[in-house]
Design a protein around this ligand. Structure first.
Ligand SMILES: O=C(O)c1cc(=O)[nH]c(=O)n1[C@@H]1O[C@H](COP(=O)(O)O)[C@@H](O)[C@H]1O
Length: 233
């Protein structure tokens, strides 16, 4: 793909100082940043604005999941912040996703609207435990179809589902993949994983990577090593 900024660094930190210590070393021309529930709850919108003033495009990962009116309004609030990407849970349903789409379409330059399908920390057994029979891949495909019909720009899924989703929905539908682990890195709570190079060669548009960078002894060299591994793909 043409976008050279495929890496989205997940800034999952408990405080501003360590997050900024990493951000200070990153180049907004080489990567994007994700602000999720932890940091947003601690630091709020002003932190997102601060990153944007430094030239970074921000994926605001709050995974909205609520009634259509509430989710649409929350997406509008994210758009007002000027973020590059925002996400909702696709399992909130077609009406919820369509309401978010319709609200963002009223704006001049809305953020990309992405639907979270099956969290990368879940496997078949975890899905069965919450009453969803079948494989993660089947459920990802079903939710991806609903997301596309509702006008979403793409989905979050694991790298394992990239090929089957693209086979059905084509390569223009954006696929954002967490569950990315360099060879030998600890999986932690992630269950559906691939290496960064495998995810990109499968067709993922963007890789969301947190702990393999943020918890590395030298985060910048971890980041550069991953970046390098993608250059040959
Ligand atoms: O929407 C997400 O970004 C997301 C969806 C998903 O299915 N799995 C998932 O891990 N994420 C996020 O991606 C990041 C992955 O972080 P690491 O597991 O540390 O690389 C975290 O910030 C998660 O909140």
């Amino acid at each position: 793909m043409s976008d050279s900024k495929r890496i989205i660094v997940a800034l999952d930190y408990a405080a501003e100082a360590p997050a900024l210590a990493l951000v200070d070393q990153l180049d907004p021309g080489r990567c994007r940043l994700k602000v999720g529930k932890e940091l947003f709850t601690r630091l709020g919108p002003s932190f997102v604005e601060r990153l944007q003033r430094r030239g970074f495009e921000v994926f605001l990962d709050l995974k909205f999941h609520d009634i259509p009116n509430t989710v649409a309004a929350a997406c509008a609030a994210a758009a007002d912040l000027g973020v590059w990407m925002v996400n909702v849970h696709a399992s909130g349903g077609p009406k919820m996703m369509a309401a978010a789409r319709e609200r963002l379409d009223r704006l001049g330059a809305p953020p990309l609207l992405i639907g979270v399908t099956v969290l990368t920390s879940l496997d078949r057994g975890d899905l069965a435990a919450v009453g969803c029979p079948g494989s993660p891949e089947e459920r990802v495909l079903a939710l991806a179809r609903l997301g596309r019909e509702a006008g979403l720009d793409g989905i979050v899924c694991s790298p394992l589902e990239v090929e089957p989703v693209q086979a059905e929905l084509g390569s223009a539908f954006l696929l954002v993949t967490p569950g990315v682990r360099p060879a030998g890195a600890a999986a932690g709570d992630q269950k559906r994983v691939m290496t960064p190079a495998q995810a990109v060669s499968a067709g993922a548009h963007y890789l969301v990577i947190g702990r393999p960078i943020t918890q590395a002894p030298d985060p910048m060299s971890a980041m550069l090593e991953i970046d390098q591994s993608l250059r040959s793909v």
